[in-house]
Design a binder for this molecule. Sequence first.
Ligand code: FES
Length: 120
Amino acid sequence: MINQNGSFGFYDKHIFCCTNERKLGHPRGCCAEKNAFKLRAYMKAKAKAFGIENIRINTSGCLDRCELGPTMVIYPDNVWYTYQTREDIDEILNVHIINGKVVERLVLKRNQNELHKAND
Ligand code: FES
């Protein structure tokens, strides 16, 4: 059945936040060591506080973009983000989930393999 947004999806947005954990010193690092658990929990609580319905914010295993983490991907949009702070999460919820626009400064491009510096 096609939902009100014209897709077959059960949720309007399905968000996967990598919380993969590796041993300290692993060359690729991991999202867990970059506060991914707490930020994902914050995102869930904030989405609820905003009254956002029909989305799901799941933990995921490694999304294979470890050096750029913490990482998340939002489907069905297939938009990938890096984030580091609660303010980043607030912006993703406000701009992307509520207003349907991409937070360009946090997007991970398909071929990107390093993070941009603050003034890039
Ligand atoms: S550990 Fe998060 S993307 Fe690999």
